[in-house]
Design a protein around this ligand. Structure first.
Ligand code: NAD
Length: 269
């Protein structure tokens, strides 16, 4: 049986799609034929930039400004997206932040903000998407699944990271959210998976990759010896959302150039 990564007739909602990994995923999904709902938080110009590229590539898009941590805004965002495109077939739960500090200096506010965006935000979006997938079910000729959820996790869902207790905890929690959803929703033909990026060149870690000394240190942690590009993640997201990946659910795919291979053992041990 021939299948492809063509996503035409499907609609994807990507959170945090005005920059970095989310923007690359939105563009790649548009190229694969999907209608793209571009959620963003604050940068109007950048969100318009994502839409312009999708249009130039011949795709369709809709921009929705909303904060993923706000339940009222997420309920409204999904209702508007469904009204505009008819339904949602794919959710990419990408929006995320870091608020780094030493553990004993971490404020409750910094802890809470990261949980609200990275974990509660992903829960709210996943719940709204899953409701729509359950309501609609499988549509013949569109996809063999009723819906797909892709969490953008991190290697720090399993790798501890000093100075980032809030971030690592949010990503670890997200893994159990993803697995539990996958188990609960598989009978409804809904697939739920995560992509765990290693170090990808975006705004979130610009301080590191734009400094030659820190960038060299970072490369020591990447056996494949290059920092990742947002497109490295986007290609996997398109494939994972397609029927080519139909038997995959409840899994995390590491896209990290080998960062999770205990790279320090290459130098000793
Ligand atoms: P980024 O800062 O470019 O993207 C994060 C996006 O999330 C931004 O567009 C931001 O506006 C949006 N956002 C933040 N708070 C929001 C909110 N409350 N509501 C809606 N949108 C919100 O960085 P990125 O690297 O592209 O990050 C995307 C995802 O990838 C994050 O979940 C991050 O944890 C994850 N990740 C990134 C790396 C990396 O090396 N860049 C590695 C592992 C995981």
């Amino acid at each position: 049986m021939f299948m492809s990564t063509n996503l035409s007739k499907q609609t994807v909602l990507v959170t945090g799609a005005s920059s970095g990994i989310g923007q690359a995923i939105a563009i790649a999904m548009g190229k694969a034929g999907a209608n793209v709902v571009i959620n963003y938080h604050s940068d109007d110009e950048a969100a318009n930039g994502t839409l312009d590229i999708i249009h130039k590539n011949g795709g369709e898009g809709l921009i929705i400004k909303a904060d993923v941590s706000r339940e009222d805004e997420m309920v409204a965002m999904f209702a508007n997206a469904i009204k505009y495109f008819g339904t949602i077939d794919i959710l990419v739960n990408n929006a995320g932040i870091q608020k780094d500090s030493k553990f004993i200096e971490m404020s409750l506010q910094d802890w809470q903000e990261v949980m609200d965006t990275n974990l509660t935000g992903q829960f709210l979006c996943a719940r709204e998407a899953a409701k729509e997938f359950c309501r609609r079910g499988v549509v013949a000729g569109r996809s063999v699944a009723a819906g797909k959820v892709i969490f953008i996790s991190s290697v720090h869902n399993i790798v501890p990271w000093a100075g980032h207790a809030n971030y690592t905890t949010s990503k670890g929690g997200e893994t159990m959210l993803m697995k539990t959803m996958a188990q609960e929703l598989a009978p409804q033909k809904i697939r739920v998976n995560s992509i765990a990026p290693g170090a990808i060149k975006t705004d979130i870690n610009k301080k590191v990759w734009s400094d030659p000394v820190q960038a060299k240190e970072l490369l020591r942690m990447i056996p494949y010896n290059r920092i990742g590009e947002p497109e490295d993640i986007a290609k996997v997201a398109v494939w994972l959302a397609s029927d080519e990946a139909d038997y995959i659910t409840g899994t995390t795919i590491y896209v990290d150039g080998g960062m999770t291979l205990y790279p320090e053992f290459a130098y000793g041990g």
